[in-house]
Design a protein around this ligand. Structure first.
Ligand code: 13P
Length: 259
């Protein structure tokens, strides 16, 4: 399978920004700029309280909805948590799991990310599973080791049947919100490694179907080169997703490369 068989995915992680009215405004602008094109899959991931207003705005367009986290249980005594089913009820299609900010600030382990991944898949939500090394780990030459541990830990029990739904995001922690981007070559090296590890886990054919996104200071100025890499199938965008014009420019970069 060639790269062109994988549709690019540009996903915006809005993190803890925007209230429901502001989110709806941004979503409206995103829909008007890229909501009609079908070359590239587009998804916006607002915070929980903003999902409903954004869901209404993107409904009927080609902009899909994602959440930034979820609990792995379906319901019960889990104060402050949200289940996959609750997200599906708001027409969410994607959910970001294991973001480094959740690993670092909320103690999410590979085992927790694994439970969430399985629960998301079971509920027909497409998990965007985030992995990536810290600067310290990179400098210690541990990139491959970290990626392997996180990927294999997150995907225990995931089979080839999940390949179309599964999305992996490689987000080097040192590149998130810092303005420092991995060079296209650096990113491609890790993406190729991830695909190779996936082949070992779910088989080579299924691994070719999985989209692997790059995240970490991706912006219109560096997107063309990153997205042109053989194993980079889109982006998970933080800062640049908070402005409709820069987010749309990233979608347009992917669109150019899809033709
Ligand atoms: P930035 O694009 O702001 O670096 O954030 C990346 C990110 O963490 C997306 O999940």
């Amino acid at each position: 399978m060639s790269k062109s068989a994988r549709k690019y995915l540009i996903a915006g992680n809005w993190k803890m920004n925007l209230n429901s009215a502001e989110g709806a405004e941004l979503a409206k602008d995103v829909v008007s700029l890229v909501g009609a094109q079908t070359d590239v899959a587009v998804c916006v991931c607002p915070t929980f309280t903003v999902l409903e207003s954004v869901s209404k705005v993107v409904s009927g367009s080609n902009v899909q909805l994602g959440a930034q986290n979820m609990h792995f249980e379906a319901s019960g005594a889990y104060t402050g948590e949200i289940s996959a089913e609750m997200l599906r009820h708001l027409f969410a299609n994607f959910v970001i799991l294991g973001h480094s900010e959740r690993r670092e600030d909320f103690g999410e382990t590979d085992a927790i990310v694994n439970k969430k991944t399985l629960a998301a898949l079971a509920a027909n939500l497409k998990p965007i599973v985030c992995i990536g090394e810290t600067l310290e780990e990179r400098e210690a030459g541990k990139v491959k080791e970290v990626i392997k541990t996180q990927l294999e830990g997150a995907l225990v029990g995931v089979t080839a049947a999940a390949a179309d739904a599964l999305v992996i995001a490689y987000e080097p922690v040192w590149a998130i919100g810092t303005g420092k981007t991995a060079t296209p070559e650096m990113a491609e090296e890790v993406h190729a490694e991830i695909r190779c590890l996936l082949a070992g886990l779910i088989g080579a054919e299924a691994a070719e179907k999985v989209r692997i996104l790059y995240g970490g200071s991706m912006k219109p100025e560096n997107a063309d080169e990153l997205l042109a890499q053989k194993n980079i199938d889109g982006g998970l965008i933080g800062g640049a997703a908070l402005k409709a014009s820069s987010f749309a420019a990233l979608v347009e970069s992917a669109q150019k490369l899809s033709k």
